[in-house]
Design a protein around this ligand. Structure first.
Ligand SMILES: [Zn+2]
Length: 284
């Protein structure tokens, strides 16, 4: 019962945080404040009343249009709210069996929230801001470290300072390795094509994923992201209208960061069973 109530509560809270994320995603790239003024239509500046500001329901009730000027409100708004709400509900449901469910869930929810935000920013602006990736990676490292400490104390085998330093060192190496992987691909791509293929933002995003999920989790996210990106590219190629559009295909940039974020979410939630199954299958 507590589990069900907690899941519903987390889902509703996720809708609200998704709604706030939408405000950030619309205003931040324009350099506007995310606190004031109150929520308004981006087309006609009509200030939203409370009932036009309810996550998901308002968008449905208004059928995706501003009440004042009838201009359409993008699909991104309900999608982001739904994504954060659904992810938070799943995380709450699954945290039930974690060692320290509240701390675990809080960390994972923050990660999911950041990944949804970065996915949208990269999709809309091809932009993975340092102001999100770098503090996000640092927070992930701290969260991971505290989780390990707590579990150690709970099992009555608190780690010694030497063990702490060793574990932390390994984690930092994992973070650097994840970022280096992207830099290496970037360099190889540049050698072959003499053009920038992957942004530095993607390297910092991989560092963030490794800080939260460890190197295997980050590599899984990378693999899933690349497969997903390739699938999307193939689908786009199959659509004639997309092929004949403007610049031609080689120059068209797909937001790798968006696919990495999607892979990161899957890796965070289902990484352990997937990696375990892979190791069994490959005979380790
Ligand atoms: Zn309007």
């Amino acid at each position: 019962m507590i589990r069900i109530l907690g899941t519903i509560f987390a889902g509703l809270l996720g809708l609200a945080f998704g709604s706030f994320l939408n405000v950030c995603l619309s205003r931040w790239p324009q350099g506007e404040s995310v606190v004031s003024p109150r929520s308004h239509c981006r087309n006609c500046d009509h200030t939203l009343s409370w009932w036009e500001n309810i996550p998901l329901l308002s968008w449905l009730a208004l059928r995706g249009r501003c009440r004042n000027c009838r201009s359409s409100i993008g699909w991104r708004y309900p999608l982001v709210e739904l994504a954060v709400g659904a992810l938070w509900a799943v995380i709450a449901w699954r945290s039930y069996y974690a060692f320290f469910p509240l701390e675990f869930a809080a960390g994972m929810m923050f990660l999911a929230w950041v990944l949804v935000g970065l996915a949208v920013l990269d999709a809309e602006h091809l932009w993975l801001p340092n102001a999100m990736t770098l503090p996000g990676a640092a927070l992930g490292f701290v969260w991971w470290f505290l989780q390990g400490e707590q579990v150690g104390w709970a099992l009555h085998v608190p780690p010694t300072p030497w063990e702490d330093a060793e574990e932390a060192g390994k984690r930092i190496l994992a973070i650097l390795a994840a970022a280096l992987l992207i830099l290496l691909i970037r360099w190889i791509y540049w050698l072959i094509r003499r053009r920038e293929g992957i942004g530095l933002g993607d390297a910092k995003l991989m560092a963030l994923l490794a800080a939260w999920l460890g190197l295997p989790g980050a590599l899984l996210a990378f693999g899933l992201g690349v497969v997903l990106g390739a699938l999307v590219a193939v689908v786009l190629l199959a659509i004639p209208a997309a092929r004949t559009s403007t610049e031609g295909w080689a120059l068209k940039k797909l937001p790798l960061g968006t696919f990495l974020c999607a892979g990161g979410v899957v890796s965070a939630l289902w990484g352990q069973p997937i990696i375990a199954a892979y190791l069994r299958w490959s005979g380790f």
